[in-house]
Design a protein around this ligand. Structure first.
Ligand SMILES: [Ca+2]
Ligand SMILES: [Ca+2]
Ligand SMILES: [Ca+2]
Ligand SMILES: [Ca+2]
Ligand SMILES: [Zn+2]
Ligand SMILES: [Zn+2]
Length: 578
């Protein structure tokens, strides 16, 4: 397992690339395990004391009663990690009353795959759905649909997975949250519904629930160099965070709080859940930005910020392996499932990519205008935001295809969780989304240069006039002035058509311009032309200041005390949040 450490002083551009290894022997993690084993002892005691009323003949049936790891050896017809008995009758547990109870799994079917997630959300971060101006759709429903349409077959002859998302409760807002916070502080307090936690048998009830339910928090942001990262998850595991509250993510106009777009929420939820289900950024491996791996796990396709038409999906088939040291152009990228998906390859450098071919057709890997070369050596997944060494373009030249849906590990037992070390990569970041725009513009520059090189001398004459200079567009993109950028891109396209003709422009550059316009239209970021509205933290601070001012006005010792509090409040910097 790769060990990746946190680098304290890093270029912001790379701040999302790091991994942190959460060791199983990390003290707080151990605390959880102790709690679990204490719980197991407690449950065993409860079972022993109730032996008179419940027939128990061996320790193995004890285990089964409390739904331990032995459950894995029980019949699981549909292979979703939930024994048939749990799906038919509920997960068994013994309560304080000594009686056996069952935790009923909603919608469970022993002949169709089920997956369970409880979602709590920090104040202001309720997943988008139905009630906001972001649209009538729901981010969670987008993900449920993707699972319903999954490329997996079931014993009852249906296809797909029933994803049950329990959108539960609003929890206390905190500016930054780590995965360790989630595991050690938030989950013990907030896992389960209020009613479940109030149940007299809540300890064993919740222990049962957590054997089937993943736990997700829609939180604000992550600390330090992780700030701006879209999420974080155990791989494999049962817990994950979605963090789209950093400055620059789309703002909910009702609350004036950054929360991300519906598309970013759905994509990040599915990406982090994918890590829980044991997917890496390359599917079975961590090689990132593979053009032959069509999955929301791949940074090329997590957000629709590079390939605007990318489906919200895990990969449905394993495409042919690509060897960066020995590429065959006529073979291109093998056909995708569904066929004809848009992909992208690089390297993203002057004169090369990104370009956007579809799967199943020959590819000009070396950018020489022909698609007949063999033995090409080119860093085709390089130069993207996963193209640097720490972003895992891969240790060698081999880019393997992978079928995600066939490889999912649905639930991970508490014992397995406790025993493993987690490798936690830092995820796609708001600065990556901005960087993607510039990379798309780089692709447009390169395409125009190819058109100039291929075209008539009179077109070459146009080169020094600078009519295809994109510096101004780059400036607009860097400052989030996306509407103005779209207008300029439309002008650029009209110029390209006028100079090079419709056919050549359509071949090289119009699809690239349209792709960039489409990604910008989907991003709905805050406009930099209007200052960002104050966060709710700042508004609360303003209210406290108002109250303190009234006390200060009273004067005397009372006023002085209030003044001291006010000084401390305003020294203690909510700067980081703004
Ligand atoms: Ca099952
Ligand atoms: Ca099932
Ligand atoms: Ca809860
Ligand atoms: Ca070629
Ligand atoms: Zn927030
Ligand atoms: Zn990831």
């Amino acid at each position: 397992m790769t060990y990746c450490s946190i680098f304290p002083n890093v270029d912001k551009q790379f701040s999302c690339h790091y991994c942190v290894l959460i060791l199983a022997k990390e003290p707080k993690r151990i605390k959880i395990r102790l709690t679990d084993s204490t719980m197991a002892i407690l449950m065993s005691l409860l079972i022993l004391t109730s032996a008179a009323t419940i027939p128990i003949s061996s320790s193995s049936s004890t285990s089964r009663l409390i739904g331990s790891a032995n459950a894995q050896t029980e019949q699981d017809t549909d292979g979703d990690g939930l024994p048939d008995d749990w799906e038919e009758n509920g997960i068994p547990y013994v309560g304080n009353d000594g009686a056996q109870h069952r935790y009923i799994l909603p919608q469970a079917d022993p002949n169709r795959k089920n997956l369970y997630v409880e979602v709590d959300y920090m104040n202001g971060h309720r997943p988008i759905g139905g009630t906001t101006v972001f649209g009538a759709g729901s981010a969670i429903e987008d993900v449920r649909r993707a699972f319903r349409n999954a490329a997996v077959s079931n014993p009852n002859t249906s296809t797909g997975i029933t994803l049950f998302v329990q959108l539960d409760e609003n929890i206390t807002h905190q500016d930054t949250t780590t995965l360790n916070d989630l595991i050690n502080n938030i989950k013990p307090k907030w896992f389960g519904t209020a009613a479940e936690r109030a149940d007299p048998n809540n300890i064993t009830l919740l222990a049962s629930k957590r054997m089937a339910f993943h736990y997700a928090i829609f939180a604000h942001d992550q600390p330090g160099n992780f700030s701006g990262s879209s999420g974080v998850a155990e791989r494999p595991g049962m817990d994950f965070l979605v963090t789209l509250g950093a400055p620059g993510y789309a703002i909910d106009p009702v609350t004036n709080h950054a929360v991300g777009t519906r598309s970013q929420q759905a994509a990040t939820f599915m990406h982090e859940l994918g890590h829980n289900l044991d997917l890496g950024h390359g599917g079975g491996d961590d090689t990132n930005c593979k053009p032959n791996y069509f999955s929301v796990m791949n940074y090329l396709f997590q957000f629709p910020s590079l390939v605007s038409s990318r489906p919200l999906d895990y990969s449905r088939s394993a495409l042919a392996t690509l060897n960066k040291a020995n590429l065959n152009e006529s073979s291109g990228i093998s056909q995708s499932t569904p066929p004809g998906l848009n992909t992208t390859y690089g390297p993203v450098v002057t004169g090369k990519g990104p370009v956007f071919p579809i799967a199943g057709v020959p590819v000009d890997w070396n950018f020489n205008g022909r698609t007949t070369d063999t033995g090409v050596n080119s860093d085709i997944n390089g130069g993207y935001d996963c193209g640097s060494k720490i972003r895992f373009p891969g240790p060698g030249p081999i880019l393997a295809g992978f079928n995600d849906w066939n490889a999912l590990r649905y639930v991970v037992s508490q014992q397995a969780l406790a025993a493993q070390a987690f490798e936690v990569p830092i995820e796609e970041n708001i600065s990556d989304i901005r960087q993607d725009r510039l990379q798309l513009l780089q692709g447009i520059d390169n395409a125009i240069q190819r058109l100039i090189d291929q075209s008539q001398p009179n077109a070459i004459m146009l080169k020094p006039t600078g009519i295809f200079d994109t510096t101004y567009i780059a400036q607009l993109l860097k400052t989030d002035q996306l509407e103005a950028a779209i207008a300029e891109l439309n002008k650029l396209q009209a110029k390209a058509v006028a100079v090079f003709g419709q056919e050549a422009a359509n071949r090289e550059v119009v699809p690239q311009i349209q792709n960039l316009i489409s990604t910008l239209q989907q991003e709905e970021p805050s406009s930099s032309s209007t200052p960002p509205p104050p966060s709710h933290h700042d508004r609360i601070k303003d209210r406290i200041n108002e109250v303190l001012d009234r006390h200060i006005a009273v004067g005397g010792a009372h006023g002085e005390a209030a003044q001291k509090i006010k000084d401390r409040l305003n020294d203690g910097g909510s700067d980081r949040h703004r």
